[in-house]
Design a protein around this ligand. Structure first.
Ligand code: GUN
Ligand code: ZN
Length: 645
């Protein structure tokens, strides 16, 4: 099974997933094909919506003599006339909906294998939200038992092992852990349909998070039965890769139209608030007047256009690094979803999400409301401020928020202060405390908040600010009055550039990194055009380059040598197998399958030291994956090599 990360944001990812019938890009949506009644044939879906993969039901095929014989003879691809990857479900859902059906858990897997399904599903026990914990646990155990038996007969077919456990987070995590140990290829999160139907999104979020926590991060994850785009962005941000939709057809049958913000009945609409080809072709009155079959077909098409448009929006949000913004905006369109966002405010969940969050993005972060301050990125920034940043002087002068960059906005005031006394300059922003030396670093400079914010943001940033200034001598800027209060002291060699590079280095590489990197005669080269810091030399060795877009450093090989010497193993290291050494020395990137170990504190897009198993420094690069991912993935890049020794 080939599955590799190409891009990422939040705990979401863009991956390439390959089966015998082709490669698809995730996140992706598999429309459900009913082999008895193909409303829109899969080939047409491919043309209309760019459908790359579909799902159909092996139980329905198996129980109908004609379909069964055709499928066994010609394969499922011929049966539904689709040449791309096909997933099949097992009948577990029918069993839950319609009570006991006669199905043997092994036979149905063998049948899926025999009809040439790309991904076949085990006959899991659907865990319902109203179960007691004991019932849920028994169902989960039976599901795991069947998964273990099914692996033995999967043959060349990829096997999907559904994670169950009802609404009990510990059962979900345990089930995912157990299933990760077996040789399965695809991991649906099951039993969630009733949660979505009941708009129980808080339970849904918990089910996803705990399933993901227990799961091998290198495996594709499918949110089983999720076909409404309302929850796609959040589910992707939590690490789901696949969705399936029967909703497009079910809803069309009752005249319901799907939108990114929810569902509307056609009969209630006075306009078609959509620009898909269907809604562009008809006026609302014309759509209402179509004969029933035609109308159902057109609504089904609209529904799929909307679903696939949302998938594309999500992928482009990942590429732009603003998936959380899309999640928050969508959450604001449904109160139940908004409520579920509270789960993400728990520090336990922030801590988990932070592990996947890239350290830099190519776009500024935009405030959307009270969820923004709880983003994993903000959580990390506050954490790194407390753990890594050191203020230099004993007095701190605090300024209110102003225009960015703050060092330019407050340049006159800062000069006056520094002429009198060396002091730390701190800006109190909605983001929290911003030491002036960090005012061009991501995300301090690259974050946009409105002038006045909601109460929750004020409260969080107040708490963080107060923690930051604890035990510091603080003085709030009040013009000349403040100046007269500051005692004069000697400050001849104050150099703001040195303070900036020291503070950024500490925030980026860890506490005291600057002491190592800048222990010598420093020469700073600035851009002639912008006046911004570009290159940093220590004793004429090029140790760092500063990037213009995020105000963060690219670590040069000379800088890497210094950090390698002073930081103890495994700090900042990606450790690679001896077989991969020649490739790295040839300038090639680090592939995940060659990673032996990695510093658990490294995050996606952190700079890293690439070393061999004896901790010899080989190269410097940038992480693509975090530690757990590097150790789990069999395909794709773990870190990009930039310079070698
Ligand atoms: N379809 C929707 N939910 C489920 C589930 O939990 N298991 C299976 N096998 N199919 C589903
Ligand atoms: Zn439309």
């Amino acid at each position: 099974m080939k599955f590799e990360i190409k891009d990422r944001d939040a705990a979401g990812r863009i991956c390439r997933f390959t089966t015998k019938h082709g490669t698809v890009t995730t996140p992706n949506l598999m429309p459900v094909i009913n082999p008895n009644k193909m409303l829109i044939p899969p080939q047409e879906m491919k043309k209309l919506f760019g459908t790359e993969m579909v799902i159909t039901n092996s139980y329905i095929i198996k129980k109908d003599k004609k379909l069964r014989e055709k499928a066994l003879k010609n394969g499922v691809h011929k049966l539904i006339d689709f040449d791309g990857p096909i997933m099949t479900d097992s009948g577990a859902f029918q069993s839950y909906m319609y009570g006991d059906i006669k199905l043997d858990p092994i036979e149905i897997v063998e049948f899926q294998r025999d009809i040439g399904s790309d991904i076949g599903t085990i006959l899991d026990i659907f865990g319902t939200p109203d179960q007691t914990k004991t019932e849920a646990e028994n169902g989960m155990k039976e599901t795991i038992k069947r998964a273990k038996q099914s692996v033995k007969v999967k043959g060349e077919m990829f096997l999907a092992c559904t994670i169950q456990g009802s609404v009990f987070p510990d059962l979900r995590e345990r089930c995912a852990k157990e299933l990760s140990k077996i040789d399965a290829d695809f991991y649906p999160i099951g039993g969630v349909v009733p949660l979505m139907e009941g708009q129980r999104y808080t339970d849904l979020v918990r089910s996803i998070i705990f399933s993901k926590r227990g799961l091998d991060p290198s495996k594709p994850v499918h949110l089983f039965g999720a076909g409404h785009p309302l929850i796609f962005p959040l589910a992707v941000a939590l690490g789901c890769d696949f969705f399936d939709s029967s909703a497009y057809a079910k809803y069309a049958n009752d005249g319901r139209m799907i939108f990114s913000w929810g569902t509307e009945k056609l009969e209630d609409l006075t306009e078609l608030p959509c620009s898909c080809p269907v809604c562009s072709k008809y006026k609302v009155s014309e759509l209402k007047k179509l004969d029933e079959n035609q109308r159902v077909l057109e609504i089904a098409k609209h529904n799929l256009y909307v679903c696939f448009a949302e998938i594309k929006k999500i992928r482009s949000a990942i590429a732009n690094g603003n998936l959380w913004e899309l999640v928050e905006r969508r959450a604001n369109s449904n109160p139940y979803l908004l409520e579920a966002m509270n789960e993400l405010k728990k520090s336990e969940n922030k801590g988990w999400l932070e592990y996947f969050e890239p350290v830099s993005k190519n776009k500024a972060m935009f405030y959307t409301g009270c969820q923004t301050i709880h983003r994993p990125l903000v959580y990390r920034t506050h954490k790194r401020l407390n753990e890594r940043y050191e203020s230099l002087f004993d007095t701190t002068v605090v300024f209110p928020d102003g225009n960015k960059p703050y060092s330019t906005f407050y340049s006159k005031e800062i000069k006056k202060i520094m002429n009198k006394k060396e002091a730390n300059i701190l800006v109190r922003s909605h983001f929290g405390p911003v030491p002036i030396e960090l005012d061009e670093m991501y995300p301090f400079a690259q974050s946009v908040f409105p002038r006045s914010v909601d109460k929750e943001t004020e409260e969080v940033s107040r708490i963080v600010f107060n923690l930051f200034i604890k035990n510091k001598k603080i003085c709030y800027w009040n013009g000349n009055k403040t100046l007269t209060e500051l005692n004069e002291s000697n400050n001849e060699d104050f150099n703001p550039d040195i303070h900036r590079i020291s503070a950024v280095a500490d925030m980026q590489f860890g506490k005291h990194a600057s002491k190592t990197l800048l222990d010598g005669k420093i020469r700073i080269v600035k851009s002639k055009k912008t006046g911004k810091i570009r290159n940093v030399y220590c004793d004429e060795k090029h140790v760092l380059s500063m990037r213009a877009n995020d105000g963060m450093f690219t670590l040069k090989i000379e800088g890497a040598r210094l950090l390698h010497k002073s930081f103890k193993y495994p700090k900042l290291r990606v450790i690679i197998d001896k077989d991969a050494v020649p490739f790295i020395m040839d300038g090639k990137s680090v592939f995940a399958k060659f990673v032996k170990d990695c510093d658990p504190d490294l995050r996606p897009l952190d700079e890293c030291l690439i070393v061999d198993e004896k901790d010899e420094l080989l190269a410097v690069g940038r992480c693509i994956l975090n530690r757990e991912e590097m150790l789990a993935f069999q395909y794709g890049m773990a870190a990009k090599t930039r310079e070698r020794i």
